[in-house]
Design a protein around this ligand. Structure first.
Ligand code: SF4
Length: 435
């Protein structure tokens, strides 16, 4: 059976799709390069916020409209978990709707349809054609942030055993991966469900000892009050650990954070940022913030802008608050209007853009290790000879898909690590010349 997987949402979904793809291939099913060639189209959905839900639904509807005779259409993942009955009722073209973590069930359904009876063996996912790969070390979440539907969808935190993570890391490195990005809903909660403290720091050490050829190990989604001194020490001690941390803070005003049921010790958060910068002066910090949370006053919003000005975080994403059914925040009074939320979002964006330009300008003159991810000269739209900086790269400061790029002049192949001197800064990206 030929299958086609469409993945929406976050990197954790991307990992799930890769694992499913390997699982299906291990059972003799073949990936199709386009949905039209597939016997079964699988949509890995995201149900995190309204915009993500809308995107998932419109994607399913687009596949439903193109569905040909005999083709099967299935949805799985977060949105499917949360709104299974609604999807079944409202999109009759869907043949199957499965939730999260149901890869084996999906496989059974497909195998049954083929009349196949195959042994299931442990599967290590095949890395995509990229020098960078996500590695999921846990799923689910035990935090109870008032706005978030993830624990309702994914359930409690479940950490993978370190041996399993280490063996997947070694497999990825043996298959040419140069950068591993560790992901979980809350990376710094890793191991707590297994009764282990500082398990993330131990895991990093074990991965790097088992796969010393790995060039970059990047950490995404750290919970602010769980960044321990030992984690900082391990991050700074191993040269392979990128001096980069994604630390979603959500807000900066203690009262809003309290209403969010998040750590609201503003001084503690500042101390964590200072400790990270003392241990790694070149660290790039990413964070995400919600604007327009219920009851957010003008003063509270201004506190967030002031915090951004003071802390000069390198990368920042903003979300307008999305009222999710089943969450505590959905029942809070003083829900703000869409107009106010939009206005605050635009203001926060332009505020941060000014800060980002300042930070980018400071990169000029630095020599950075760059991972080459593309070459504009070989892209279908590339115009040979007209591009002065054709190598599309990332530095340790840029996580895949969410941060900027470095366009570099030079000669190298996709997957190479090169050195580049930064010669100019654009709004989000940098220009460099190979050393
Ligand atoms: S830590 Fe992240 S995933 Fe967990 S409840 Fe909070 S926002 Fe949601």
């Amino acid at each position: 059976m030929r299958f086609y997987i469409e993945t929406l949402g976050c990197p954790k979904n991307a990992v799930d799709s890769e694992v499913l793809e390997s699982l299906l291939q291990s059972h003799g099913h073949q990936p199709a390069s386009a949905s039209q060639e597939a016997d079964v189209v699988l949509v890995n959905t995201c149900g995190f916020i309204d915009a993500a839900k809308e995107e998932s639904i419109s994607t399913i509807l687009a596949f439903a409209a193109r569905k040909r005779n005999g083709q099967r259409l299935m949805a799985f993942g977060c949105l499917a978990e949360r709104f299974r009955e609604e999807l079944v009722r409202s999109i009759p073209e869907l043949d199957q709707v499965l939730g999260v973590g149901q890869g084996q069930e999906l496989l059974r359904i497909l195998d049954r349809q083929e009349g196949a009876c195959k042994e299931t063996s442990p599967v290590l996912r095949r890395p995509q054609q990229s020098a960078s790969a996500y590695l999921k070390i846990a799923d689910g979440c035990d935090a109870r942030c008032a706005f978030c539907s993830i624990p309702l969808i994914k359930g409690p935190a479940r950490s993978r055993e370190p041996e399993e993570v280490v063996s997947e890391a070694c497999y990825l490195v043996a298959h040419g991966v140069k950068e591993i990005v560790l992901v979980a809903q809350d990376l710094t909660a890793y191991g707590l469900d297994l009764g282990r403290r500082d398990a993330l720091a131990d895991l990093i050490e074990r991965v790097l000892e088992a796969a010393p050829e790995l060039r970059w190990l990047r950490l995404m989604y750290a919970y602010p009050n769980r960044v321990t001194p030992r984690l900082i020490q391990v991050m700074s001690a191993y040269p392979q650990v990128c001096h980069y941390l994604d630390l979603p803070l959500q807000h900066a005003h203690p009262a809003v954070l309290r209403r969010m049921n998040r750590p609201h010790d503003a001084a503690g958060t500042r101390e964590v940022i200072i400790a990270l910068r003392e241990a790694m002066p070149d660290i790039a910090l990413r964070s995400g913030f919600i604007v327009g949370y219920p009851g957010e006053s003008r003063h509270e919003f201004q506190t967030l802008l002031d915090f951004l000005e003071e802390m000069e975080l390198d990368r920042v994403g903003f979300f307008t608050y999305s009222r999710e059914s089943g969450t505590c925040a959905a029942g809070l009074p003083q829900q703000l209007s869409a107009r106010v939320k939009r206005a605050r979002f635009s203001r926060a964006m332009s505020h941060q853009e000014r800060i980002a330009r300042r930070i980018s300008a400071r990169q000029v003159g630095r020599v950075l290790d760059l991972l080459v991810e593309g070459d504009l000269r070989t892209s279908p739209n590339g115009r040979a000879g007209e591009m002065s900086h054709p190598l599309v790269c990332r530095s340790y400061r840029d996580a895949p898909e969410v941060d900027g790029l470095v366009f570099c002049a030079g000669e190298a192949h996709v997957g190479d690590m090169i050195r580049g001197r930064v010669v100019a800064a654009m709004d989000h990206d940098l220009l460099a010349v190979q050393e």
